[in-house]
Design a protein around this ligand. Structure first.
Ligand code: FEJ
Length: 385
């Protein structure tokens, strides 16, 4: 499970049996035709796939280029996260697991986990930083409505990395009947590969839809925001081997990369180990994880998936750092140009359009990872005069 020098499984000995069981079985389970049938049927009839590839005409005119939006915000639960939770929980069921534990920051992954657990009749425990529980309260309410128990992570900075630590601790203490559903392309192998495979339905659809609309399967650019990197992994997956397609990743600069309040991992980070994977992360001189900041809980993560660390190190990907204000401006712009309210996370991808300066005959696909309902408090607090 390597992406260049990144990836691997640097896990505590007590986690080894669980991760090894997953590593030994995930590929054969996913390849099983009956798994694929069940997975694809749920994506179609439950998630509502394929999601539209929408030609954003007014946005395109504004920037004198062609922009398509991949509408993952229209997935059931309001974000791409459910593509992964359906896949992982189907795998967990085949491994005989009865309980699901997860971590969440923006709460979208938590909702997507609670949703599929309700659908499949599994117990669901979601760890969430108490700070994130405040700023993404609508999603906490939804998880509880769906029958999940939401456990506040009170250690450390009480945000996502602490929720991840506490979810891993739960898994270590309940190894046999529990599966830990990681919400992004992070963590020890096989998680980054497994999550990327489930999210790859995004670019599988984009290739077909773009061909139907334009005669070309390849755009000039694909843009996606990167917290851990799962919606980006999905949007990039079937273009990784197409060198003419430029892969653009939007990270959260927060208040600015020089302010000490940022989550721009590739700009501020260095290689190290985070949550069981060799990757790039924001760390102090003695290797302690630096507290990140972003207005968006989904990008407020001190690391990045090993796949993206490799895309950065190899130059295959281009990384932009987008500030809170740039993301807010992009959210207002999309809402007023196209009548679509994007999640704060997705707004970081939208904010790359003015920086990219794509040409009039060029085509850009932007992965709109989620809808903005959960962010209305932040949006209304910053409404343009
Ligand atoms: C609407 C939306 N868009 C993008 C992201 C960033 O996650 P990735 O796609 O895995 O980089 C997120 C991340 N949400 C996670 C969550 O809901 O728990 C996040 O906070 C963590 C799993 C990283 C999101 O909610």
């Amino acid at each position: 499970g390597y992406y260049g020098t990144f990836g691997g499984a640097y896990i505590p000995e007590m986690l080894y049996p669980n991760v090894e069981e997953l590593r030994q079985n995930y590929l054969s389970i996913i390849a099983d035709p009956s798994f694929q049938r069940e997975f694809r049927e749920l994506l179609t009839d439950y998630v509502g796939r394929p999601t539209p590839l929408f030609h954003a005409r007014r946005l395109s005119e504004t920037y004198n280029t062609t922009v398509y939006l991949k509408r993952e915000d229209l997935c059931h639960t309001g974000a791409h996260k459910v593509n992964n939770t359906i896949g992982q929980i189907l795998v967990a069921k085949r491994l005989g697991k009865k309980r699901i534990v997860a971590e969440t920051g923006a709460g979208q992954h938590g909702v997507a986990t609670a949703t599929v657990c309700a659908l499949m009749g599994l117990e669901c425990i979601v760890y969430m930083g108490s700070i994130d529980m405040e700023r993404q309260k609508p999603n906490v309410d939804r998880m509880r409505m769906l029958g999940a128990s939401v456990v506040p992570a009170t250690s450390g900075s009480q945000t996502l990395k602490d929720a991840t630590n506490e979810a891993m601790r739960h898994w270590i203490n309940n190894p046999v009947d529990t599966h830990y559903v990681i919400g992004s392309v992070v963590g020890p192998h096989p998680y980054p590969d497994m999550v990327a495979r489930f999210q790859s339905v995004i670019s599988e659809e984009v290739r077909k839809q773009l061909h139907e609309k334009t005669g070309q399967s390849n755009p000039n650019y694909v843009i996606a925001c990167v917290g851990g990197g799962s919606n980006a992994a999905g949007a990039f997956y079937h273009y990784l081997d197409q060198p003419t397609v430029q892969l653009i990743a939007a990270e959260a600069a927060g208040q600015g990369i020089a302010t000490g309040h940022s989550a721009a991992t590739t700009a501020l980070g260095k290689p190290g180990i985070l949550h069981g994977s060799s990757t790039i992360l924001m760390q102090t001189e003695d290797g302690q994880v630096v507290e990140p900041y972003s207005i968006s809980a989904g990008l407020d993560y001190p690391g990045i998936g090993p796949m993206h660390a490799h895309l950065f190190a190899s130059g295959r990907g281009t990384f932009y750092s987008i500030t809170d204000q740039e993301a807010l401006n992009a959210a207002f712009e999309l809402s007023r140009l196209e009548g679509i309210i994007p999640a704060l996370e997705s707004s970081h991808a939208l904010a790359c359009i003015p920086k990219l300066k794509a040409g009039p005959d060029e085509v850009t696909v932007i992965c709109l990872s989620g809808r903005g309902d959960k962010d209305l408090a932040a949006y209304t607090a910053h409404l343009p005069k």
